[in-house]
Design a protein. Structure first.
Length: 99
């Protein structure tokens, strides 16, 4: 069984036991949260749209790898360096329940 959830403007295909890094959520580590799935696909092949619940646990908060942005214009003495680290929340999918 798997489900498709949406969080942080992105969609993720999740299964029970999957660890996932999503856009930062305002929950403390150890908190259990409930996500509304867009789609649930059962083992028998039946698909349910918008029904069910996905139970997840917040494992940690963190920041991703640094991405360097470098702008350069030839022969104009123009160089700009900028870095960015995207915050994330790591979650563990505990269960997918049907309704």
């Amino acid at each position: 069984m798997y489900a498709v959830i949406e969080t942080g403007g992105k969609q993720y295909k999740v299964e029970k036991g999957l660890k996932l890094k999503v856009e930062k959520l305002s929950y403390e580590p150890g908190t259990t949260l409930e996500l509304k799935p867009l789609l649930v696909r059962r083992e028998d092949g039946a698909t349910e749209i918008g029904k069910g619940r996905v139970i997840a646990e917040v494992l940690s908060q963190g920041r991703g790898k640094k991405v360097t942005v470098f702008k350069f214009r030839a022969k104009k003495n123009y160089k700009r360096w900028k870095g960015h680290r995207q915050p994330y929340t790591e979650i563990l999918i505990k269960d997918i329940k049907e309704e």
